[in-house]
Write a protein that binds this ligand. Structure first.
Ligand SMILES: Nc1ncnc2c1ncn2[C@@H]1O[C@H](COP(=O)(O)OP(=O)(O)OP(=O)(O)O)[C@@H](O)[C@H]1O
Ligand SMILES: [Mg+2]
Length: 226
């Protein structure tokens, strides 16, 4: 498979002011993320994994350095453009599955279609049903999130993350609240997406999952300064 650079990350640093001093959450990290990469981001608690994912996905900005997505600097994009990019080209999975409790499973998967380019309701329903089948929840489209197990909820989140066929998926401890069987299911789905050409950037503490990735980035715990 021919790969291309999706994200070029150059010397990004992040400092937070903390009382009278500051915390360096991330110091001078550079990496290129290609289509088909499954990048595992590791490091101890507080080493900047979430900060790194948030900056790469345009949720937060770096204090220094630049993130370029397919030739365009995130730093130079306005908030509207970043919001569109996040909806159209990126998928997100977090540790706790955030689903809207008053929407059915299928409606939750369809949420990314509420924004961006219009797609007919018929196509949306078909796509979401196919995704539910893909994640093994074929029969659950009409149920409500509070009737699902944690592992099932997280698979709904994976289906939602895939709804608009993202180029990149950001997963921050996606298995952090799951047992090992459900963790393996989620990681396998992500692996399949990487094999199909999507790039995955996943932060994890779980060393048993690291081999599922194709690359690793180990962050060091930093240096609080006065
Ligand atoms: N909004 C903030 N203000 C000040 N400091 C922050 C803020 N967000 C994060 N930090 C600090 O930045 C550092 C990195 O935090 P981050 O959440 O990225 O770590 P992490 O590797 O994801 O940790 P964990 O494994 O516990 O999720 C920590 O020292 C944290 O206290
Ligand atoms: Mg974190």
């Amino acid at each position: 498979m021919k790969t291309s650079v999706l994200l070029q990350v150059s010397n990004i640093s992040k400092c937070y002011s903390c009382g009278e001093g500051y915390t360096t959450a991330l110091e001078s990290v550079s990496i290129a993320v290609h289509s088909g990469d499954f990048l595992m981001v590791t490091g101890p608690s507080g080493s900047g994994k979430s900060t790194f994912l948030n900056i790469l996905s345009g949720l937060d900005s770096s204090s220094e350095g630049d993130v370029v997505f397919m030739g365009e600097s995130l730093g130079a994009m306005g908030v509207g453009k970043i919001a569109r990019l996040r909806n159209d080209a990126f998928g997100f999975i977090f540790q706790t599955p955030h689903l809207l409790p008053d929407r059915t499973v299928l409606e939750n998967v369809a949420l990314p279609f509420q924004y961006g380019a219009r797609v007919s309701q018929e196509k949306i329903t078909l796509r979401c049903q196919q995704l539910l089948e893909y994640v093994g929840l074929n029969e659950m489209g009409t149920r409500f999130p509070n009737t699902l197990s944690g592992g099932e909820m997280q698979r709904v989140v994976v289906a939602r993350a895939l709804a608009r066929k993202p180029k990149l998926i950001f997963a921050d401890e996606p298995t952090g609240s799951l047992d090992s069987e459900n963790s393996q299911k989620i990681v396998k789905l992500l692996q399949e997406q990487a094999e199909a050409g999507c790039a995955i950037v996943m932060a994890t503490h779980d060393t048993s999952l690291l081999d599922a990735g194709s690359r690793r980035l180990k962050l060091q715990k930093n240096r609080a300064a006065a």
